[in-house]
Design a protein around this ligand. Structure first.
Ligand SMILES: [Zn+2]
Length: 86
């Protein structure tokens, strides 16, 4: 018998912005060199799409996880929602 259970997690995401003056490629390279994980920084935290390596990623603060990156589209939506007080 096989049972699949899906856990739903709720995260609170706050916009931070383009605080790093480096492209995603440079950030990943730096982290890799220092033995830090890079996996979850390659994708948008919100929609899971791959991020462009030649652009500076938008940073967001995720409750319980810390800082993550997100794509332009999601970031714009996040800013709009955040302005509305959500
Ligand atoms: Zn996204």
């Amino acid at each position: 018998m096989k049972i699949t259970k899906t856990t739903t997690k709720i995260y609170h995401v706050e916009p931070i912005g383009k605080v790093l003056n480096e492209t995603l490629f440079e950030i990943l390279e730096f982290r890799d060199k220092h033995g830090h994980k890079t996996g979850f920084f390659k994708k948008c935290f919100i929609c899971d799409n791959s991020l462009s390596l030649d652009k500076t990623p938008n940073m967001v603060s995720v409750s319980g996880l810390g800082n993550r990156f997100c794509c332009e589209e999601c970031y714009e939506k996040l800013i709009k929602i955040s302005d509305g007080g959500e």
